[in-house]
Every structure is written in structure tokens, then in C-alpha cells.
Design a protein around this ligand. Structure first.
Ligand SMILES: Cc1cc2nc3c(=O)[nH]c(=O)nc-3n(C[C@H](O)[C@H](O)[C@H](O)COP(=O)(O)OP(=O)(O)OC[C@H]3O[C@@H](n4cnc5c(N)ncnc54)[C@H](O)[C@@H]3O)c2cc1C
Length: 310
């Protein structure tokens, strides 16, 4: 169990490297959208790419586990906390670069930046193409790792290249060098996405804004956005909807501890206030079991688990 607020030897060791902000025993629940779970043994925010690589080297040499937290919009942290280093890239680690021509434009942003920064810069340069990302919370690094998207498109449709840091250094990979599929991408083992380059085109910005506004309106009507959650609990099985199957299994509105299957959308879990990761995971497991019994479908969780679950 990671104790909140206790300075660990690990945090002191990382601090001595320089170039990073380190917090020992930092509670992670406030850094996740579902607001549950324990503390990081050491939450580290590198202040430069060099500091990040030095950190990854130290972790490799000393056998320290490294976890990456983006915006925490698709992450459930265990109640036992996260051992080792939890990395969080600052949003402003890199300058934003726009290379825009008469027909198209390339935007390069740091992976710690929020997805909404991409949308704002796209609009500022009269570019279009990433509308489907507009309502998705989290960072660009998380969007790459999850290949985030909607039925209207996925992140890799507009990604041209990603920059990845490992203990051996930093380098760019083209989209073709990063295998990706529905809500999944295969980054190099231990790789941390540091920058993302998007290829967009000039287009009708009024129509683009209308599409994004309509998507946001739809989300407000159909998703429990006023309660802490992590979006869809399960990926949609081929040709079906996880929400439909969960509702069919009779679990819409079902509570376990302080976690509840949303009454608005059955593929979402909401934190009613004070939910533990145990409550949430218990509900995830129950949803999975009941749907398997009822419909014979083995649903795959979309949410990522981080740390120790008690
Ligand atoms: C209200 C709500 C609505 C949502 N709607 C959608 C939706 O429509 N479509 C959709 O796809 N998702 C949706 N989600 C889920 C979530 O927004 C996406 O999965 C998003 O891409 C997560 O980004 P993040 O930065 O928060 O990732 P995190 O939750 O912090 O991390 C997710 C995974 O990415 C990894 N990761 C994060 N940053 C990096 C990095 N720099 N390098 C390497 N790995 C990294 C983490 O280690 C983890 O495995 C929704 C979530 C919420 C709360």
C-alpha cells in the first residue's frame, strides 16, 4: 500500500536527478475523471525531454516500474496505489507548431496537451478533419495510446507521426510504424509518447463547428457528464453495443458500494461520491459476468487499470 504524503527513497532518488517535479505519496484520484483509487509512490512531471529519458534510464537500471498517466479519463487507479514512478507529462513541455499551406496543414503538439488544444488550433488555422475528437476528454498521449475516437473516426485517421521516448532516447515513428486497431495502439515497450503530429486539411470551418456542436449536444443528452466517470466501460463487441447488452442483463442503475451503472447509459459507471476502486472494479466484473451469462458475449474492458487492486 502506497502511503499518501510519505517521502519515499525512490522520490528522493528521482529528485537528485534534477529536471523533474516529484511528489511522493501523491493521491491520484483527483487526477482521474472517475475520482477513485490510491496514491502514487512517486508522481513525476519531467520538465524536459532529456529529463524524461534520464528518468526512464534510471527506472530501467534500477528495475523500477513506470506507469503513465495522461488526463486520467480512461484510467482506474487501484485502492492500493501505484508503486514505482507514475509519469505525467506537462501540457506545455513542447511548443505547439503549425505548418499550414493553402490546402493542408500539419499540427505538432506535446502529448501532455489536452485534446481540446488540438481542436482549438485546428479551428484557429481554418483546418478541418479532427471533429470526432472534439468531445473526448484527456490528453493527446492518451488519445494515441487508446486510438480514441467515435463512430465517426479514430485518432490514427488524422495522426501522421508520433514521437516516442524510451530509456534509449527519443525518436519519431510514422503512423505505419505504430500498429493500431479499435481503441488500441501498439507503442514500443515502455514507450512514452512525447509529441504527436496531425495531418489536417483546409475546409469549411462553419460546417466543422456545426458537426462538433452537434456531437457535444448529443453527448450532453446521452452521457452522465455531471457525475465522475471514465467514459465507456467496455469496447463495443463487433456488430453490437455494450450498453444494450448490459441493459439486457438488467444492470442499468445497479449499484455496488458507491459505484453505479449509469441510469442514463448502461455502458458507463458513475461514482456517486466516495466510490472505491474496489466498488468500481466489482461492478465491471459483475457487468462482464452477467452479459456473458445472458448473451454469451465476453465483453472487453476499455478502461485501463493502474496499480494495486486490494
Ligand atoms: C466523459 C468521457 C467521455 C469519453 N468519450 C470517449 C469517446 O467518445 N471516445 C473514446 O475513445 N474515449 C472516450 N473517453 C475515454 C478517454 O477520454 C479516452 O480514452 C482518452 O483518449 C484518454 O486520454 P487520457 O489522456 O485521459 O488517458 P489516460 O486515462 O490517462 O491513459 C489511458 C492510457 O493511455 C496511456 N497513456 C497516456 N498518455 C500516454 C503517453 N504520453 N504515452 C504513452 N501512453 C500514454 C496510459 O498509460 C493508459 O494506458 C471518454 C471519457 C470520459 C470521461
Amino acid at each position: 500500500m502506497v502511503e499518501a504524503g510519505v517521502k519515499t527513497a525512490l522520490a528522493a532518488r528521482v529528485e537528485s536527478l534534477g529536471g523533474c517535479e516529484v511528489k511522493a505519496g501523491e493521491p491520484l484520484a483527483p487526477l482521474t475523471s472517475v475520482r477513485a483509487g490510491g496514491a502514487a509512490e512517486a508522481l513525476v512531471r519531467p520538465r524536459s525531454p532529456d529529463a524524461l529519458v534520464a528518468l526512464l534510464k534510471l527506472a530501467r537500471e534500477e528495475g523500477v516500474p513506470v506507469s503513465i498517466l495522461g488526463g486520467g479519463a480512461n484510467t482506474l487507479v487501484g485502492d492500493g496505489g501505484v508503486p514505482g514512478l507514475t509519469l505525467k507529462l506537462p501540457g506545455d513541455l513542447f511548443p505547439e507548431v503549425a505548418d499550414v499551406g493553402p490546402e493542408e496543414g500539419r499540427l505538432t503538439l506535446g502529448a501532455g496537451a489536452a485534446i481540446v488544444r488540438l481542436i482549438n488550433i485546428m479551428r484557429a488555422h481554418a483546418l478541418v478533419g479532427a471533429e470526432f475528437l472534439a468531445g473526448i476528454p484527456g490528453t493527446l498521449g492518451g488519445a494515441v495510446s487508446m486510438n480514441a475516437g467515435t463512430k465517426n473516426g479514430e485518432a490514427f485517421r488524422v495522426i501522421e507521426a508520433v514521437e516516442v521516448a524510451t530509456a534509449d532516447g527519443v525518436g519519431w515513428l510514422t503512423k505505419a510504424q505504430v500498429p493500431h486497431s479499435y481503441r488500441h495502439s501498439e507503442l514500443p515497450p515502455g514507450g512514452v509518447v512525447t509529441r504527436v503530429r496531425f495531418a489536417l486539411r483546409k475546409g469549411d470551418v462553419v460546417a466543422s463547428k456545426a458537426v462538433m456542436d452537434a456531437d457535444l449536444g448529443y453527448r450532453k443528452r446521452t452521457q452522465p457528464l455531471s457525475q465522475p466517470n471514465f467514459g465507456s466501460v467496455f469496447t463495443n463487441p463487433p456488430g453490437d453495443h455494450a450498453g444494450r447488452l448490459i441493459e439486457l442483463a438488467g444492470l442499468k442503475g445497479y449499484s455496488l458500494g458507491r459505484a453505479q451503472v449509469s441510469t442514463l447509459h448502461a455502458n458507463w459507471i458513475v461514482n456517486l461520491g466516495g466510490a472505491t476502486a474496489r466498488d468500481v472494479l466489482g461492478l465491471v466484473t459483475l457487468m462482464q459476468q452477467r452479459v456473458l451469462e445472458q448473451s454469451g458475449v465476453d465483453m472487453k474492458p476499455e478502461v485501463k487499470r493502474l496499480g494495486d487492486f486490494l
